[in-house]
Design a protein around this ligand. Structure first.
Ligand code: SF4
Length: 375
């Protein structure tokens, strides 16, 4: 079973922390969906397993598509692949797009069955710091509207580590989330990515920088509160009630295959990783796969091992030494076993029946621990 990711690169305005390929301009709006449909046709042979279990509209802001456009993309996918009738079909949405009318059409006229709403915070000052389009009231209204229309399989994003976000406000954000009885949460620490507006504004001292201590404290609150409410911390930034894990994102984390369409989208079929061009004009004008796919990389054994370590360590399934032995051989096992001793002694990792997992303390150092295990 494979997944399909569709990148919709339009946004009403650019959030200050954003480093995704997203355009705050509708210049190519009309040509975009036909180009996307053409790409699905051109690249349908990429996946070795053409049975599709998950489809994910990400961005950018996919809720800027009309339901007619959502259906024309899905119809092309159904024509080109064997889509499981029970497939998880997720659409990312910004709160200001989720009017009762749009949600009604999405629910009744499209097969979208999972909504991912970019809330980030329920407080206006945090949203202003991030330069989001919506405010706290819009955020709550969007969730209420979605629930009223029957979207029960829902997730929201919340960001912590924002300088305007105190511990008390962060707890309040989480309490608001729990009060809506939403079964999934994606929660990320604010990171200052190079070349973003946030980095420029911080460098110019126009806004406050993030604080590592506050971010750590928010992360600890997040772990405690989600656990109290019965959520499983199944990936470093993802929490779900049993039965509501994101099937699409789990495909990425468990090494599954996926085709990514749209500018900047990534694809993986077990043998190669491919990156689409990050240029809308070039994307629209592409008439061949070669013009769409800017880079291809055949993965070496070391790269595949590093990816396995990196992704598995971030999940609750952990890193299985037998998987390393069977997939990569004894050389990799020896290296892993030598390097893993230090984080175990430091209380950052635990091992149970050959499966190595991060402790809560170790989760604070996930990327560093993984890179020390790389070959
Ligand atoms: S809505 Fe998402 S993709 Fe668009 S600018 Fe904001 S963070 Fe970036």
């Amino acid at each position: 079973m494979s997944g399909i990711y569709i990148h919709i690169p339009f946004c009403k305005r650019k959030c200050h922390y954003c480093n995704f390929y997203a355009l705050a301009s509708l210049k190519y709006r009309d040509e975009f969906v036909p180009a996307l449909i053409q790409e699905i046709e051109l690249r349908k042979e990429y996946l070795t397993d053409r049975k599709i279990n998950t489809i994910y509209f990400g961005g950018g802001t996919p809720s800027m598509l009309s339901t007619k456009e959502v259906n024309s993309i899905l119809n092309k996918i159904k024509e080109s692949f064997e889509v499981n009738p029970e497939a998880e079909i997720t659409l990312e949405a910004n709160p200001d797009d989720l009017s009762p009318d749009y949600l009604k059409k999405l629910k009744n006229e499209t097969p979208v069955n999972r909504l991912s709403i970019g809330i980030q915070s329920f407080f206006d000052d945090d949203l202003t710091y991030l330069n989001r389009v919506h405010n706290g009231a819009n955020a709550k209204k969007a969730i209420e509207n979605a629930k009223r229309e029957g979207f029960n399989n829902m997730t929201i994003d919340l960001i912590y580590g924002i300088p305007t976000l105190t511990n008390e406000k962060w707890e309040k954000n989480l309490e608001t989330f729990f009060s809506f009885e939403i079964p999934h949460l994606s929660s990320y620490a604010l990171t200052i990515e190079p070349k973003t507006a946030l980095q420029v504004l911080i460098d110019l001292k126009k806004i406050k920088n993030t604080s590592e201590d506050e971010t750590v404290s928010h992360f600890e609150i997040l772990l405690e509160k989600t656990r109290q409410h019965g959520f499983v911390h199944y990936e470093i930034s993802n929490f779900a009630l049993p039965g509501f894990y994101s099937k699409h994102n789990s495909t990425y984390w468990l090494g599954g295959h996926y085709l990514g369409v749209g500018p900047s989208a990534h694809s993986y079929n077990g043998l190669s990783r491919q990156w689409n061009v990050k240029n809308m004009k070039q994307y629209i004008e592409s008439k061949s796969v070669e013009n769409i796919v800017l880079e291809k990389e055949l993965l070496t054994e070391e790269q595949r091992y590093n990816e396995y370590v990196m992704t598995s360590l971030r999940t609750s399934w952990g890193c299985d030494i037998e998987h390393i032995r069977n997939g990569f051989g004894e050389k990799f096992v020896r290296h892993f076993m030598k390097e893993i001793q230090k984080p175990i002694q430091a209380g950052k990792m635990i091992v149970n029946e050959n499966v190595f997992k991060l402790t809560d303390y170790g989760k604070l150092f996930a990327d560093g621990i993984a890179s020390d295990l790389f070959l």
